[in-house]
Design a protein around this ligand. Structure first.
Ligand SMILES: [Zn+2]
Length: 334
């Protein structure tokens, strides 16, 4: 167990470096766990980011969140691994450059102690974060392919206590500012999927994008930090008044994607934080595909229905059928 292994006593703050092994470059690879254990008793909340190595938005929010907390004000333990897949992170990629097996850490859980590097990361993350946790959060954001996102995913197929608690976690996080909650099955080989199977309430946060202007970065960064703050209040890990404002819930059956039928350079009309969670009209132009060779507009991407835009894509190259925009058609207000 976490505490037995590392002797993290009540009132301690710090970081642990977990060595994984030596890589082909000759360098050691390791996972860094940041922790705060409050003087007062409370739950263990495990958090991991950058499971997909190109989704770095949460890193700056973890930095400001940890700076704002200390053992005097925290009940229980917060443990964060900001970069869950350093191998993919250094490659700015969703995939690790392993030569065999599962190279997407997102699907490599529960992991294997003696497996590939990706599987070893999964094993350590599961042992350190999930096995010790009472509650678990995985953070994603839009990657280098230019998508922007602002929602919380929760698995609707878990209906008993663990499902109910997970939904409450998702609502608490979303009330911090993300506002949208998407009911969508989480892969059983993902960290939240494994955590749910073990009976631990879990959510997947999808907030942010990559290499955005600072004004936009700050909006997503604040949304993540405020989401965690409201979640910590809900879990009674910090004191404060829990935000109870209205949020929007939709499930997988009530969404459509608008993806290009041709590869090209997307000229997007929906590139702002403020576009997410906003209404789009039926037939509204979301973007145009410019053929980068002939320099002609070859496709218009329009919303097939009236609904709420819940992810989008900034301008740039997009391959055939890759994800462009997504619209939720029926939304419940919670
Ligand atoms: Zn991701």
């Amino acid at each position: 167990m976490f505490f037995d292994q590392f002797d993290v006593s009540p009132g301690s703050v710090g970081k642990l470096e977990l060595k994984v092994g030596k890589m082909l470059t000759g360098a050691e690879t390791k996972l860094t766990v940041h922790y705060i254990r409050g003087f007062k008793k409370g739950p263990f909340l495990g958090i991991q980011g950058c499971v997909h190595g190109d989704e770095a938005q949460p890193v700056r929010s973890f930095y400001s969140l940890l700076k704002s907390l200390n053992p005097e004000i925290l009940s229980g333990t917060l443990a964060i691994v900001p970069v869950a897949n350093p191998y993919a992170f250094s490659n700015f990629s969703r995939q690790s450059p392993d030569q065999h097996e599962q190279t997407n850490l997102w699907r490599a859980f529960p992991g294997n102690e003696g497996g590939t590097l990706t599987e070893r990361y999964a094993f350590l993350l599961r042992s350190i974060l999930i096995d010790n946790s009472d509650f678990f959060v995985e953070c994603h954001s839009g990657g280098t392919s230019g998508r922007i996102q602002c929602r919380v995913d929760v698995d609707p197929d878990f209906t008993k206590q663990v499902g109910k608690k997970s939904r409450q976690m998702a609502y608490a996080f979303a009330r911090g500012g993300a506002r949208l909650v998407h009911g969508v099955p989480l892969s059983p080989s993902s960290a939240p999927g494994v955590s749910l199977k073990k009976g631990k309430p879990s959510i997947s946060v999808e907030v942010g994008g990559s290499y955005l202007p600072e004004s936009e970065e700050n909006l997503y960064g604040d949304t993540i930090e405020k989401g965690f703050r409201n979640l910590l209040i809900y879990l009674r890990m910090i004191s404060g008044k829990e935000k109870r404002n209205k949020i929007l819930y939709f499930d997988k059956s009530k969404r459509v994607e608008v993806n290009p039928a041709h590869g090209g350079y997307l000229l997007s009309r929906k590139t702002q934080y403020s576009d997410l969670g906003k209404k789009v009209r039926k037939g509204e132009l979301l973007g145009e595909m410019l053929d980068p060779h002939t320099l002609e507009i070859i496709e218009e991407l329009r919303s097939p229905m009236e609904g709420t835009l819940f992810y989008s894509r900034c301008s740039g190259p997009v391959e055939i059928g890759n994800k462009g925009f997504a619209i939720a058609s029926k939304i419940e207000i919670k």
